[in-house]
Ligand binder design. Sequence first.
Ligand SMILES: [Zn+2]
Length: 180
Amino acid sequence: MKTKEALLTVDGETVLVQRKSIKNMYLRVDPSGLLRVSAPRFVSDTAVKDFVRRRAGWIEKVRTRAEEKAQLPVRTFSAADRRAFRAKCAAALERWQPLVGRRCSGFSVRDMKTRWGSCNTKTGHLNFNLKLLDMPPECLDYVVVHELCHLWVPGHNPLFWSRVERVYPDYKRVRKLLRQ
Ligand SMILES: [Zn+2]
């Protein structure tokens, strides 16, 4: 069966309602701020309106959070930043490669959204996130050790972590810093 779409107005606010073969109602605020409700086919407009009204506090919270996020200044990296960071990575690699017992084939510095570093275990090429430039120096050390250890063990199993710990015993504390 096809999804049926309809627009409803709840307290002056437009809500896009999609009725489909589901059991419960769901509400989300899409990135443009539009409210979208997914509802079972049998649910009445009145029930949808009540559902949206009951969640007014939550909607407000989601929107405030989105606004705050939009106002955060975006960090951009200049060519000088990139050069400085490349030099730091090169120095960290020189320091840690002998201790880990593996060498990378090369590395890139990139402004990555979700990861601090990555390792191509086939080619031995590593990537490091430019955002590490704004973090305490031990963060880069830890990420370098972490990615180099992937040249021994690709995944994150206990064997991998024991390799990391042998070279960088304080890794748990630094990992916490990076997760904040
Ligand atoms: Zn990893």
